[in-house]
Design a protein around this ligand. Sequence first.
Ligand SMILES: CC(C)(COP(=O)(O)OP(=O)(O)OC[C@H]1O[C@@H](n2cnc3c(N)ncnc32)[C@H](O)[C@@H]1OP(=O)(O)O)[C@@H](O)C(=O)NCCC(=O)NCCS
Length: 188
Amino acid sequence: MYPLSRRSGRLALRELTADDVDAVLAVYGDPEVNRHMSFGPRTRDQTTEIVTRFRTSATATPRTEFAFAVTTRQDGEAIGVGRVATDPHQPGGATFGFALRPDTWGRGYGVETVRLLLGLAFEELGLHRVWGARAPLNEASARTMARAGMVQEGVIREHIRKDGQWRDSVVHAILDREWAASAGRSAG
Ligand SMILES: CC(C)(COP(=O)(O)OP(=O)(O)OC[C@H]1O[C@@H](n2cnc3c(N)ncnc32)[C@H](O)[C@@H]1OP(=O)(O)O)[C@@H](O)C(=O)NCCC(=O)NCCS
């Protein structure tokens, strides 16, 4: 299960390297990116640790974490991070997450990234169900997941502890048969 990669019209997913720390920091270190995330802006040291952890998990057997650099196909620049994580207690299921550098927002890259991750999850990993949790106020994430074919399922109450307070999460999910139907639609 290593290395994995995937491409769409304008973007690609590739395995992270040690040279990606600055690109990942430009995403995870940005307060605007983290406004609705479960964690605050990361420091460079924290980002280095995260990239190291992602790289270590990529070659684990079995592999349960699939974290990628999101790159532009035009020049290979890393502009975001996407992650799918399977759960041994939830056979066939995975959670996922995605974040892009703010100067790239608003061009449809979010939807393209989600579809790359879902394509990987269903077509390469053979999963049955993928879900993501977002902050109730994260409208960009809600619309991005909806546009990518995911269904809003409900609320996990007081799911996240952030800034000393409990916060709900809204769950969006998609099943393998829904993906197959929507992938067919976008191909047509
Ligand atoms: C979520 C994110 C990836 C979207 O990226 P993007 O490239 O701007 O998204 P797209 O251009 O593909 O837009 C997708 C949809 O979201 C909508 N959208 C984007 N930003 C929005 C905003 N700030 N408010 C409301 N809707 C927004 C777009 O209008 C589009 O919907 P539409 O097609 O119905 O009009 C980006 O905002 C991001 O990285 N946010 C920080 C990290 C994050 O919140 N990740 C999700 C964690 S659950």
